[in-house]
Design a protein around this ligand. Structure first.
Ligand code: CP3
Length: 344
């Protein structure tokens, strides 16, 4: 019985040995069963917005590997979509949406957000109903800053230049954009919790490369407000924050100020640093290099052991430092899981 729902116990700051494990982007192109379904469905967006398909894809990696948590198959760009921006995925190039430089025309009506996002909540509820009761289901959203970078550039672009130019050049209207995003992201997380999500993760994938003062207003403060809103609606909500590739000082400040339950750290953040600095007050998640998982062999085992050794006795969730890559061999995922599960 004590083996149950290890992932949620870790988010409550208990240490569990061996640690629970899931992988960011665990439902995706490295799985033949995913590629097969995608060929049939036609597009990624169709799959994400069709509840039965999103549910099936969410369950695929759980059936194959028995991960300790499932993450809903969806995308961070469903929030800009709910705000009225059509999102498309160009094969091999990633997402495209109309680039905006003002908030004029963005949809601010929560009833309309609900209509647009209903397939996500239906898919989540369906998944929760089908998933084994012992396996927690994670909902998620992009953080306002990362979403703003896509909305300002119309795509995921280098250096987040368009969003920075907007933020520096017209801070009032950029703050208005972040305000709308705070509302819509909080709404989206709350709805996912109500549809059956057991925890939520906030992805700030483009949190790197910001001056400290901008990191404070564009990354930390919007996220702090979202956490506050989610906890007002659901005081016990478990929230993981992922300000990817922030400075170490940035991670620390983010953790203290936003009050998330867990911090997901990227590949470059030293695990010993994270343990020393955050290990007491926060659950930690991370941070195997996705390329070490592709490499496999001794390098993979060494990197895995280093993380396991550093985090022993602490509330810790084993994960990657960023999403699993499409060319990852399935045998290496199995090798990783065997190693983690034989750890003490
Ligand atoms: O983790 C999971 O398995 C859940 C599903 C999930 C997806 N995207 C599915 C997806 C999650 C949590 C995301 C988050 C996401 N989406 C982020 C934050 C995490 C990160 O990686 O930094 C970002 C920045 C996006 C935006 C996005 N969506 C991009 C840049 C791309 C193209 C990337 C690529 O590799 O082609 C997507 C598409 C996408 N989202 C795919 C998947 C499985 C690939 C779709 C396909 O071609 O089949």
């Amino acid at each position: 019985l004590f083996e149950e729902r290890k992932f949620l116990r870790v988010l409550s700051k208990q240490s569990v040995s061996p640690p629970p494990v899931w992988l960011m982007r665990q439902a995706g192109r490295y799985l033949p069963e995913y590629r097969e379904l995608r060929t049939k469905a036609g597009s990624f967006w169709t799959m994400a917005m069709t509840p039965e398909l999103a549910c099936e894809i969410t369950l695929q990696p759980i059936r194959r590997f028995g991960f300790d948590a499932a993450i809903l198959f969806s995308d961070i760009l469903v929030v800009p979509f709910a705000l009225g921006l059509p999102v498309t995925f160009v094969e091999g190039e990633g997402p495209r949406l109309p680039a905006i430089n003002s908030v004029d025309g963005l949809i601010r009506d929560p009833q309309a957000w609900l209509e647009a996002l209903r397939p996500v909540y239906d898919g989540l509820a369906m998944t929760r109903a089908k998933l084994d009761a012992q396996t927690p289901l994670i909902g998620f959203a992009g953080a306002p800053w990362t979403l703003a970078t896509y909305m300002a550039a119309g795509r995921g672009k280098d250096e987040q230049r368009a969003a920075k130019l907007w933020g520096y050049g017209d801070p009032l209207s950029f703050d208005a954009l972040l305000d709308i995003l705070v509302e819509c992201v909080a709404f989206h997380l709350i709805r996912q919790l109500e549809a059956g999500a057991d925890a939520v993760q906030i992805f700030d994938s483009w949190a790197s490369g910001l001056p400290a003062a901008m990191f404070e207003c564009w990354v930390i403060e919007p996220t702090r407000r979202i956490v506050e809103k989610v906890r007002t609606a659901h005081p016990d909500a478990k929230i993981i924050g992922f300000p990817r590739a922030s400075t170490l000082e940035g991670y620390e400040r983010y953790a203290q100020a936003t009050k998330v339950d867990a911090i997901s750290i990227d590949t470059a953040a030293p695990i010993h640093w994270a343990v020393r600095t955050l290990g007491g007050g926060f659950a930690l998640q991370g941070n195997l290099d996705p390329i070490a998982l592709i490499a496999g062999g001794d390098a993979l085992l060494r990197a895995t052991d280093e993380i396991l050794d550093a985090t022993r006795g602490l509330p810790f969730v084993f994960n990657l430092g960023h999403g699993i890559l499409p060319d990852t061999p399935i045998a290496h995922v199995e090798q990783l899981l065997t190693r983690i599960r034989s750890a003490r």
